[in-house]
Design a protein. Sequence first.
Length: 143
Amino acid sequence: MKGIHILLVEDNEGDILLTTEALEERKIINKISVAKDGKEALDFIFKEGAYKNATTPDLILLDVNLPKKSGHEVLQLIKNDDRTAHIPVIMLTTSSSETDINLSYKHHANCYITKPVEVNDFLEAISGIEDFWLNIVKLPTNE
């Protein structure tokens, strides 16, 4: 099986640490990149500035509440561009706001997951993402 590259877009250091540790336990993920704000995420995804040689991610985990550009803005730009619209985007956020959920799906998020508060529940959610998106779903190729 081809290795998977995940881009985690998250500004909370604790959530970055928990998520990357949970994901790194998987043998099929060969790269995890992290962007800590919306602008950095867009630079990475669209290969601009310091990220001109970045590898296109196979899957994006995107927080809603980000500095510089919100997750909604990032999602909309990804899904409205033919070069990146095929990349699955999972909204992974603390927000359970109906407005955030509806706006995410309006802009073509592939799914919306509210981060559990408890650590074990959070790790279980990450495991569920892995099981579904990496074992069950066939991801598009980045060609």
